[in-house]
Design a protein around this ligand. Sequence first.
Ligand SMILES: Nc1ncnc2c1ncn2[C@@H]1O[C@H](COP(=O)(O)OP(=O)(O)OP(=O)(O)O)[C@@H](O)[C@H]1O
Ligand SMILES: [Mg+2]
Length: 457
Amino acid sequence: MPLKNRSLLIVEDDEAAAFGYTEYLSQLGCSAITAHTLKDANRLLETAVFDALLLDLRLPDGNALHWIPEQKNSFPQIPIIVISGISDIPTAVQAMKNGAENFLTKPVEMDELTSVLEKCLELSLLRKKTTIQQRLSRVETPCFGVSEKITQLLEFVQLAAANDSVILLQGETGTGKGVLARWIHEKSRRAPEAFVELNCSGLKGELLKSELYGHAKGAFTSAIREREGLMEVADRGTLFLDEIGDMDSEVQAQLLKTIEEKSFRRIGENRVRKSDFRLICATNRDLLEEVTAGRFRSDLYYRICVFPVTVPPLRERIDDIPVLAAHFLAAGSYAGQPFDREVLQALQNYPWPGNVRELKNMLERATLLAQGGNLAISHFPGINGRCGTTGSRVTTDNLYEMEKQHIYSVLGKYNGDKKMASEALGMSFSNLYRRLLQYKKGSGAGTGDQSRKTVTV
Ligand SMILES: Nc1ncnc2c1ncn2[C@@H]1O[C@H](COP(=O)(O)OP(=O)(O)OP(=O)(O)O)[C@@H](O)[C@H]1O
Ligand SMILES: [Mg+2]
């Protein structure tokens, strides 16, 4: 791992030694700051973000051996390399036991220091990634398609990826906002660092805060040990806040403050911490509507709406369907799986309320049903018999289901424009909105989605 652009804290009271390290490391492209005492080091750690720490042991205000555990508790991701004039083995063993990553004795060979630093930084990145994988899961190979809409969107998004602005991804459920967020991270200069994702809809209040900001030991009843928040884990990388429209107002207020001040505190702690992350937010709600309804803070909305991106629903980019279908079949080891001619036509006519997610799931189910043969229309029970968004035939006798299919088909006819669809349907906008929410949650007449129930895989 190259040392370029890494920031290091050198805790060393010997001016000449500190100067030597700083000079050498800045030639490698690192930025290095020196603290001559533990007190200075504490202050700097609270106000700036560091990738690694070079630590002398005998300092004017104490032996740093005892300071290491405190630091590892507060900043577990920052590797500590001890550089000491004390070269006895028990001290080295104790330093490592206390949490130091490596131990070098003075005088230090600069080549050795470089290689130790590189290894430590690599290890720390791996650790970060493991933490994230333990807490979160989802890696997708993206495929976006070829339609004009998606091509333009990707061009715009690439512009946004190149700088550090907040990006707000909006769009219906299953359109691929999460996949796009990860793609933006991969395209940005932060790609080698962590992509940290948090779904704000599952957690409320203190739990959400604790996940985001971390907490001190004893901050609340279940806080039996200190824990870092995802904001810290996302340092130098990307923090993806999914379903931000579901965030409760107390956390919204705190998030606004964090974005503005670029600093935060763990719950139950006074120390102000810094984290340098790029923020991406996503929601399938109409956030402006949420602002109007008083459910989302307008100041936060305008703060995160720097680069707003609306991912179009699949029914508005049907040219992408063949490409996406081929991608999902290949990903499921069904590359080149033959289609009956009418299948593709039917896929392009279906309104896809569940968007790309639904297409992927439907293809998965169809390949299982086809058992290696041609994919026929009968293998797509959800769309079987539907002949287009305009004149779609209702394929059920269930009233709830009939209404749902009709509403989706009218929505499709007006390219997802809820206002126009509500006028055509003769229902109020808010009524339609509520109905769509109900369908999304799968509630209503208690029948669920019949088209999905037809086949159980
Ligand atoms: N561009 C894409 N490439 C590959 N797979 C995709 C793509 N877009 C969506 N998918 C598939 O659809 C699923 C849903 O995508 P994702 O979770 O990103 O959608 P979303 O817009 O965030 O939906 P929700 O609002 O419900 O969270 C993904 O897990 C993936 O399987
Ligand atoms: Mg999502």
